[in-house]
Design a protein around this ligand. Structure first.
Ligand SMILES: O=C(O)CCC(=O)C(=O)O
Ligand SMILES: [Fe+2]
Length: 222
């Protein structure tokens, strides 16, 4: 009896940000289609907290590079966003958000049998005119990004504002996702080619990757 109790409390945390039922349906989508689009992934309070942090940090954003940190190169022809990398210790007041990151990793590890053991997240600002050409999120020489997680922070986004995420399906067809406030898109980093179409006004997101190994230990090949 004691054992059963222990297993139950160990494997089913009493309090999660999202219900297990929601997680299971999202993971089902992700397994079958390689991507999932989740509206209202952040509730109002957490959304407001992250967006206000984003606005506070805007002056500190650096221009984003292509490829691994070690081979960073700025190439505005390929991507035109500015980023700010999050650090759990430094940015510890985002407690609810980090809890949600832990919950996400646990769900994938438990129910999709992944061995995720790290993550990296950045805030991304595409100024008007910014875009990101079609790409995969696994770098040429680093293959530890397993799941990409993008959360949008744009209020009142309208058709005509551009900045859609274009997702390419296996058959080569594609569709567009509007970067709407609190919407989350998750996809398999190695499987889903995607692009960000040119934004016609400032576009905000919190983008990250769930990793097979911590960033510093990223697998290299070649
Ligand atoms: O912001 C998005 O919709 C996607 C961003 C992206 O593809 C990336 O940062 O690798
Ligand atoms: Fe990407």
């Amino acid at each position: 009896m004691l054992n059963i109790l222990y297993i139950r409390t160990h494997f089913e945390p009493l309090e999660t940000y999202h219900s297990l039922e929601d997680w299971l349906s999202w993971m089902d989508d992700l397994s079958s289609k390689d991507y999932v689009i989740i509206d209202h992934f952040l509730r109002d309070e957490l959304y407001a907290e992250i967006r206000s942090f984003f606005l506070d940090m805007l002056p500190k954003f650096n221009e984003a590079g292509i490829g691994a940190d070690t081979e960073k190169q700025i190439n505005s022809k390929i991507r035109g966003d500015f980023t700010y990398w999050l650090d759990r210790e430094r940015d510890s007041h985002l407690k609810t958000y980090w809890g949600l990151v832990d919950e996400t990793m646990q769900m994938f590890n438990r129910y999709c049998y992944l061995s995720l053991s790290g993550y990296e997240f950045h805030l991304a600002h595409y100024p008007s005119g910014g875009h990101y050409d079609k790409h995969l999120d696994q770098f040429e020489r680093r293959n530890n990004r397993m799941i990409s997680v993008v959360i949008y922070l744009n209020e009142g986004w309208q058709s005509g504002d551009g900045g859609e995420l274009e997702i390419f399906e296996k058959d080569g067809s594609s569709f567009l996702v509007d970067p709407l406030a609190a919407r989350c898109v998750m996809f398999k980093s190695a499987e889903v080619p995607h692009a960000v179409l040119q934004a016609h006004k400032s576009r905000f997101s919190l983008t990250g990757w769930l990793l097979y190994q911590p960033s510093a230990l990223g697998q290299f090949f070649g």
